[in-house]
Design a protein. Structure first.
Length: 301
């Protein structure tokens, strides 16, 4: 790796650590939202650098749809045990059982959108005034509109017109009662930056990020991991494919990509040559042109 690459990764790391420390200094009850994906894993590594040898000044919060990849949940539990940090889990199934949300039906049914209610309930229950997440501006056009400190109103809703200026790395965390802030420390990173950082830091990831053989079906032109969560029928023949996942989410809306990349260097080369964005493997983003923005306005992360 060249000196230039080291310098730019150091700069990104330094900015993210500064943001995490700003959160700790400005807010009373922050939380770090953890999905088990590479971006939130990167945030945990950055939090270690920002706050060790002390404890994190916030718990990890996972909103569990109940339709997760087993590898992701196992990684989460192993990581929390290793770190010795607090994990809070909000379960979408609980909100379904209580009638707060209704399970979708049909072949494209997903719990991904339902987790917004669980997230907002979890924020309210624990009184979080700031939630740290791994969203990046390069992922999707609605996320490109976000500031690093992004204010949500008392209903958890996002108004892109209420974004505050952020000049000279000065972040304004002042909020009114009931409001909270979503914080994005790696907002200025790209997917390739994250992978270069993972390689440099020798970080472990859930195995689904690397090429492996898996039973798959093809749905809406995308390869999906065969699962009962997909409402499969006779029109969904199962084939054995070598795939990996570029992003981790609900199994019912996260597509795989055919790949032979089973090492980090191979993945970096594959991403460098790819003409499809990372979020191109998320079926929930394809509902409409403004799918992500509509969800964010309703409280989605």
């Amino acid at each position: 790796m060249s000196a230039y690459q080291l310098d730019y990764l150091d700069e990104l790391e330094s900015e993210a650590i500064h943001i995490l420390r700003e959160v700790a200094g400005q807010f009373e009850k922050p939380a770090l939202l953890f999905s088990g994906g590479k971006d939130s894993i990167t945030l945990v590594r950055l939090a270690e650098k920002a706050f060790r040898p002390g404890k994190f000044p916030f718990p990890l919060v996972h909103i569990d749809t109940g339709h997760n990849f087993e590898e992701t949940i196992q990684y989460r539990d192993d990581m929390v045990k290793r770190l010795g940090e607090q994990l809070i889990v909000g379960y979408v199934q609980d909100d379904i059982d209580q009638g707060k949300v209704r399970e979708q039906t049909g072949k494209n049914a997903s719990r991904n959108a339902l987790q917004t209610v669980t997230l907002l309930d979890t924020i309210q229950k624990h009184g979080f005034d700031a939630c740290i997440g791994g969203a990046r501006r390069d992922e999707e056009k609605a996320r490109a509109k976000e500031r690093i400190f992004s204010v949500r109103d008392e209903f958890g809703q996002w108004d892109p017109k209420r974004q505050r200026p952020e000049l000279w790395n000065v972040y304004n965390g002042k909020i009114d009662k009931g409001e909270n802030v979503r914080v994005f420390p790696i907002s200025n990173w790209t997917e390739l930056d994250v992978w270069n950082y993972i390689r440099r830091e020798k970080m472990e990831l859930p195995s689904i990020y690397f090429a492996h053989e898996r039973d798959c079906i093809t749905r809406n032109g995308q390869l999906m991991a065969a699962s009962p969560f997909l409402n499969m029928d006779d029109d969904d023949p199962i084939t054995r494919r070598k795939v990996r996942f570029r992003t981790v989410g609900d199994m019912s809306c996260t597509a795989a990509v055919a790949s032979e990349a089973d090492q980090i260097d191979d993945i970096i080369e594959e991403i460098s040559n790819s003409k499809i964005s990372e979020r191109g493997a998320r079926l929930d983003d394809k509902v409409s042109e403004a799918a992500m923005e509509d969800r964010k306005k309703g409280g989605y992360f």
